[in-house]
Design a protein around this ligand. Structure first.
Ligand code: SF4
Length: 413
């Protein structure tokens, strides 16, 4: 699949595209519909209004079909303008995306942002602004040096016992702060030979016990392709766990079908690493997708990138992490934004991340507190960061400060 491939006309009945009056918030009350292939899918009131306005010929069944969502993804300025007024900064940025991370927004995610104001967190995640065109001297296309750690195409082997396997460059929607913006959305596909070489590499390295299948987003691939990939990895005796990195439940929850669950269930233990940025992403549809995954027996974790003006305060983060736990997703990493080109408007100071962790620890359950990490520029890997809880540490004792500032001692024996 090609990220720039506008497979079908995104819009029908253009005469009805003017105006956008829905005032419903993400997560609005939902109606449950029955379908043959995916027994339970939902079309929320918000979605029903959006479909009626912008895709009047689409049926609920089409809306709930993930392939329809991909075919009708919004990839051009022209299409995006039909569903929402854009600012000059957004228009100029989209006009200059050639060779950069493309624009791609699923109709589902568009339904969450079509009536938002500029600066809305979900809108900023998927719609570029001119600041994205500015590259600061500290920013590099591949800040984590993934290419240098890639022994064969698709594999990144940075840590001793695990590998990253980027099986596709395609995502159903592109996040403007994507760490792999240098490679995702490009045409560079793995062919059969590349896959076989990657499987051989894992097979020949008996120290690899953990394979993270990522991309792009692996769940944009067909069930058959996923089955092929997962089967080959699972057949390698020393691979203990497989992980899939995906944002599909957030931007394309329709993808979590019973058939997909049945396909992936064959390859347990299989963990799913999700990626959430803001509490408003957790709609009824998203919750249903995550609950289906949890019911399938997949342990669910979430990574969040710390983003200026989107989630860089304690209350937003707490709300996000609490909502994640409600849908059985454990927040496990909070990332400092990587130094990719055009990310300056998203980056906060590291101090801000520490302040957020400090504002969470003690004030909410440990399950709601992810590990704050910096993925070190130059390929140094993830380095955990903690607020300063250690006041002094001698041979005899450690002096600690708790979340309220109380000083405590513990003997060092
Ligand atoms: S889903 Fe992940 S890989 Fe895809 S654009 Fe977003 S951050 Fe990048």
């Amino acid at each position: 699949m090609n990220a720039n491939n506008n497979e079908a006309s995104a819009f029908h009945g253009e005469g009805r595209l003017k105006g956008c009056s829905s005032d419903e918030e993400p997560g609005a009350k939902a109606v449950i519909l029955s379908q043959v292939e995916t027994p339970v899918q939902i079309v929320s009131n918000r979605n029903a209004d959006f479909i009626h306005r912008y895709f009047p010929l689409a049926t609920n069944e089409q809306w709930n079909d993930w392939k329809w969502q991909l075919r009708n993804a919004i990839t051009t300025l022209e299409d995006l303008r039909k569903i929402m007024p854009l600012t000059e900064k957004e228009i100029m940025a989209i006009k200059h995306l050639k060779g950069r991370l493309p624009l791609r927004i699923t109709p589902y995610f568009a339904s969450l942002i079509h009536n938002t104001k500029p600066g809305n967190p979900l809108r900023r995640i998927v719609i570029p602004v001119v600041e994205e065109l500015i590259q600061l001297p500290v920013e590099k296309p591949d800040p984590l040096h993934e290419e240098a750690y890639s022994p064969v195409k698709g594999i990144v082997h940075r840590y001793p016992d695990r590998v990253l396997f980027t099986v596709t460059q395609v995502c159903s929607a592109y996040c403007r702060y994507c760490t792999r913006s240098h490679s995702v959305g490009k045409l560079d596909k793995l062919g059969k030979n590349d896959f076989e070489k990657a499987f051989d590499y894992i097979r020949n390295h008996t120290e690899i016990r953990d394979v993270l299948v990522s991309g792009g987003d692996p769940l944009t691939m067909s069930d058959e392709m996923l089955d092929y990939i997962l089967k080959n990895i699972r057949n390698i005796p020393h691979v203990e766990i497989i992980r899939i990195g995906t944002r599909v439940p957030v931007v394309l929850p329709q993808r979590i079908t019973d058939k997909l669950i049945a396909t992936m269930r064959k390859y347990h233990p299989l963990y799913i690493s999700l990626h959430f940025s803001h509490p408003d992403e957790i709609t009824d549809e998203c919750a249903q997708a995550c609950n289906k995954l949890a019911d399938g027996g997949f342990p669910l974790g979430s990574q969040t990138v710390l983003l200026k003006g989107i989630n860089d305060n304690v209350e937003i983060m707490k709300k996000l992490f609490h909502k994640l736990l409600m849908i059985r997703v454990r927040p496990y990493y909070l990332y400092q934004c990587d130094l990719i080109p055009g990310s300056g408007h998203f980056r906060t100071s590291i101090r801000k991340g520490l302040e957020i962790i400090k504002g969470l620890r003690g004030y909410t359950s440990g399950y709601a507190i992810p590990q704050f990490v910096v993925d070190a520029p130059g390929g140094g890997g993830k380095i955990p960061l903690l607020p300063d809880y250690v006041v002094a540490h001698t041979k005899e004792k450690i002096v600690l400060r708790n979340y309220k500032g109380m000083i405590c001692e513990y003997p060092e024996i």
